[in-house]
Design a protein around this ligand. Structure first.
Ligand code: ATR
Length: 286
C-alpha cells in the first residue's frame, strides 16, 4: 500500500543549521524542471533543539514532505530520531537522506554512493587499485572509507593529525583499515593507487602541506572531497606532478541522485549542464 499522503509525495527539503548556502535546491530543482515535474524542494533552517519536533511533524503529516536531506549538524542526530536505519547509515553512524515508507521514517547515507559514483563517472578503473590513502579521519572520512572498502581495496591507510580518531575508524571498519599519524605519509605513498583528502585543510590553501605524489602506483588517482575551492591545493600539487585528479563537486551531485529517486520516483542523471549551474553559483558567492 502507498503512503496515505499520496497528494504530498512531491515535496522535499534540505534541513540544516545554517542552511542558506546549501546548493541542494539548485540540484533538485534542476532535475524537477528537466523531468517537467510539479514537485518542490526547499530549504528549512532547523536548529538542533527544533529537530525532534520537525521530525515528529513529518511523521504525523503536519509537515507534508515525502522526505528530505539533512546536513550539518543533523547527520548523526537524525539516526537517533528516524524509525528505520538502512545498513549504510547504520555502519557509518550518520545519515543524510530521509523518506517516508509505510508510515515510517527511513534514513540512509548516500555520501559513499556519491563518492564512488563521482569516480566511476570521471576516472573509471579507479577501483582496480589495491591500496588507498585517506587523509583525515573526521565525520566525512567514514563514508569514504566505507565506499572504498566496499569496492574491494585490500589496504586502506587512514592518516590523521589526531591518531586516536584514525584508530577509532580502523577499529570500526576492521581488517583492511589501518591507522597512522600524518608523518607516515611519504612511506605509505609508495605504490598507493588512490589518495583522498577528507580534511578541512583544503578549504584554506595555505594550510595544505607540500606532498610528494610521484611515488604512487601507475594509474593512481588523487581526489578531494572538498569542492570549494574546486581545484584544491592537494589537486593542484598532484596535477603539477603529473597525477590524474578528480575534484569533489561530482560527489555532491551524485549523492543527491538516490534521494531524488526516492521522493520523486525518477532516477536523474548528473550532466555537464548541472555541474556548470552549480559552478556558476559558487562563483557568484565566492
Ligand atoms: P568533517 O565531518 O567535515 O570530516 P571534522 O569531523 O571536524 O569534519 O574533521 C575534520 C578533519 O580535518 C579531521 O581529520 C581533522 O583532524 P583532527 O581529527 O586531528 O582534528 C582534520 N584537520 C582539520 N584541521 C587540520 C589541520 N590544521 N591539520 C591537520 N588536520 C586537520
Amino acid at each position: 500500500m502507498r503512503d496515505s499522503r499520496e497528494t504530498c509525495l512531491t515535496k522535499a527539503f534540505v534541513a540544516g543549521f545554517p542552511i542558506k548556502h546549501s546548493r541542494s535546491p539548485l540540484i533538485h530543482n534542476y532535475w524537477l524542471s528537466r523531468f517537467g515535474m510539479e514537485g518542490t524542494y526547499i530549504t528549512r533552517e532547523v536548529s538542533p533543539d527544533a529537530l525532534p519536533d520537525f521530525i515528529a511533524k513529518i511523521r504525523s503529516g503536519e509537515e507534508p514532505f515525502a522526505g528530505g536531506n539533512f546536513t550539518i549538524p543533523h547527520k548523526e542526530a537524525i539516526c537517533r530520531l528516524a524509525d528505520v536505519l538502512d545498513p549504510l547509515a547504520e555502519e557509518i553512524g550518520a545519515a543524510n537522506t530521509l523518506w517516508m515508507e509505510d508510515g515510517r521514517l527511513h534514513v540512509t547515507n548516500t555520501d559513499s554512493y556519491g563518492f564512488s559514483a563521482n569516480l566511476d563517472a570521471n576516472y573509471p578503473g579507479w577501483a582496480d587499485q589495491k591500496t588507498a590513502i585517506i587523509y583525515g579521519a573526521g565525520g566525512a572520512s567514514r563514508a569514504v572509507v566505507q565506499a572504498i572498502r566496499n569496492r574491494g581495496f585490500s589496504e586502506i591507510h587512514v592518516l590523521n593529525r589526531t591518531v586516536e580518531r584514525a584508530r577509532e575508524l580502523s577499529d570500526h571498519f576492521g581488517q583492511s583499515v589501518f591507522a597512522h599519524p600524518l608523518d607516515a605519509l611519504d612511506e605509505l605513498m609508495k605504490e598507493a593507487g588512490l589518495f583522498v583528502n577528507t580534511t578541512s585543510l583544503s578549504m584554506n590553501d595555505q594550510d595544505v602541506p607540500k606532498i610528494d605524489f610521484t611515488s604512487m602506483a601507475a594509474g593512481a588517482l588523487v581526489t578531494d572531497i572538498v569542492y570549494v575551492p574546486l581545484k584544491t591545493s592537494f589537486l593542484k600539487q598532484a596535477e603539477e606532478q603529473g597525477l590524474a585528479t578528480v575534484d569533489g563537486l561530482g560527489m555532491l551531485l551524485h549523492q543527491a541522485v538516490p534521494g531524488f529517486e526516492k521522493w520523486f520516483g525518477k532516477r536523474p542523471s548528473v550532466d555537464a549542464e548541472l555541474r556548470n549551474i552549480v559552478i556558476a553559483d559558487m562563483e557568484k558567492h565566492a
